[in-house]
Ligand binder design. Structure first.
Ligand code: HEM
Length: 364
């Protein structure tokens, strides 16, 4: 009898727990979500997709919005804040200061070019009841979901309005040494493998300002797809400068139409990071999982997860990756500069046809 009662109670408790997990709310707009507080995001989602991302594309504005999530979040320095908490002198991390205090933040050298996406985002923020800090990370997560092959990123709601601008000098530059880059990330509690995982972002990326003679030049041959080509192509021997020659932070590219950052090339070859870099080659699932985890951490720098509401179910589910991991046409395994000392670079075959030349990402 006692054990029957215990079993009954356990079952009842399990039912209550499962109802708590599965109970969803229906918002006034018709969509469902796990938490009523997330309903405010659906009109923002529609506005972003329609008016920022050209109806749901993985184009320039998505790339720029993803870059903005980083430039906002990395603006946090516990050491600079030690004696100056009340003035927020160490920066607030992912707090939207890049928008609230775009003057001075857009004038910081490492932020060159982010004013375009800030100007595009500001009117959308003004139309909704959302803080700039939440908007920046939300737009990044929605944008990434437009790119085939991307993981569905976490989104937590609840960043207060920024109190002060970020200090200058916290965003890494492509001419920084890897020791400096890893030290900067370590200050906000990111390990070298997490840094490499974050750099998966450069698989949907292009540069306008590294070489201004060739704006829109991507970092890999498939800037509209969240695939592992960046990790493959970064390991190819550099042979040319695609534009007007060598610029600060730039090293030789393997192909016409691709631009290569010194930091990316060095992370792919440095003993501290090269094996993680190589581990993402042709391993879409590992790249997705680790990028998602690192982005989840980055998006709440300066905040406590416990004070935020999980609205991840508002983020659209991305489409599967398009195409297979490959070497660009005209390249072979002889062009790979093996760097990881403990595992061989995966064997890949090249696309058929003449040497690949990559078109620029068109501005929209
Ligand atoms: C070592 C760290 C990093 C360095 C030195 C770096 C540097 C750069 C540079 C120089 C550009 C080109 C900007 C331009 O000329 O238009 C760029 C673009 C970009 N970065 Fe990074 N980045 C780093 C990390 C990250 C991280 C962690 C993310 C996001 C999680 C990110 C996302 C992007 C994206 C999406 C673009 C493309 C923007 C566009 O196409 O308009 N980067 N990055």
């Amino acid at each position: 009898m006692k054990s029957f009662a215990a079993a009954f109670l356990t079952l009842a408790a399990a039912r209550v727990a499962s109802a708590a997990v599965t109970k969803r709310v229906t918002c006034a707009t018709g969509q469902t979500t796990a938490n009523a507080a997330c309903c405010v995001l659906f009109p923002v989602l529609d506005d972003i997709q329609e008016n920022l991302f050209d109806g749901g594309e993985c184009g320039e504005e998505v790339h720029e919005s993803l870059r903005l999530t980083f430039h906002d979040a990395i603006g946090f320095s516990p050491t600079k804040a030690i004696f100056t908490d009340i003035f927020n002198a160490g920066g607030g991390g992912a707090d939207g200061s890049v928008i609230t205090f775009d003057d001075p933040e857009t004038s910081f050298p490492a932020n060159l070019g982010i004013d375009d996406i800030i100007d595009a985002q500001k009117p959308i923020i003004a139309r909704h009841n959302i803080t700039p800090g939440d908007f920046v990370q939300f737009a990044g997560a929605v944008g990434v979901s437009n790119c085939p092959g991307a993981p569905r990123l976490e989104f937590l709601l609840g960043r207060p309005v920024a109190k002060a601008a970020s200090p200058i000098g916290l965003v890494p530059e492509p001419f920084d040494t890897i020791t400096d880059v890893l030290a900067r990330f370590a200050e906000v509690n990111f390990s070298p493998p997490e840094v490499v995982a974050l750099l998966a972002s450069h698989t949907i990326a292009a540069a306008d300002h590294v070489d201004e003679s060739i704006p829109g030049t991507p970092f890999d041959s498939t800037p509209g797809i969240f695939d592992t080509q960046l990790f493959i192509e970064m390991q190819l021997r550099g042979v040319l400068f695609p534009g007007d020659g060598s610029n600060p932070g730039q090293v030789e590219s393997p192909l016409e139409g691709i631009i290569r950052l010194n930091t990316d090339a060095t992370l792919a070859r440095d003993d501290r990071t090269s094996c993680t870099w190589q581990s993402f080659v042709n391993n879409q699932a590992k790249m997705q999982t680790e990028f998602r985890a690192a982005m989840a951490k980055m998006a709440i720098i300066g905040h406590s997860r416990a004070n935020m509401i999980d609205c991840s179910d508002v983020i659209p589910v991305p489409k599967p990756v398009v195409g297979k991991a490959h070497l660009p046409a005209g390249k072979s395994m002889h062009d790979i500069e093996q760097a990881c000392a403990t595992a061989a670079f995966p064997t890949l075959t090249a696309d058929p046809g003449p040497q690949t030349s990559v078109p620029a990402v068109p501005p929209s």
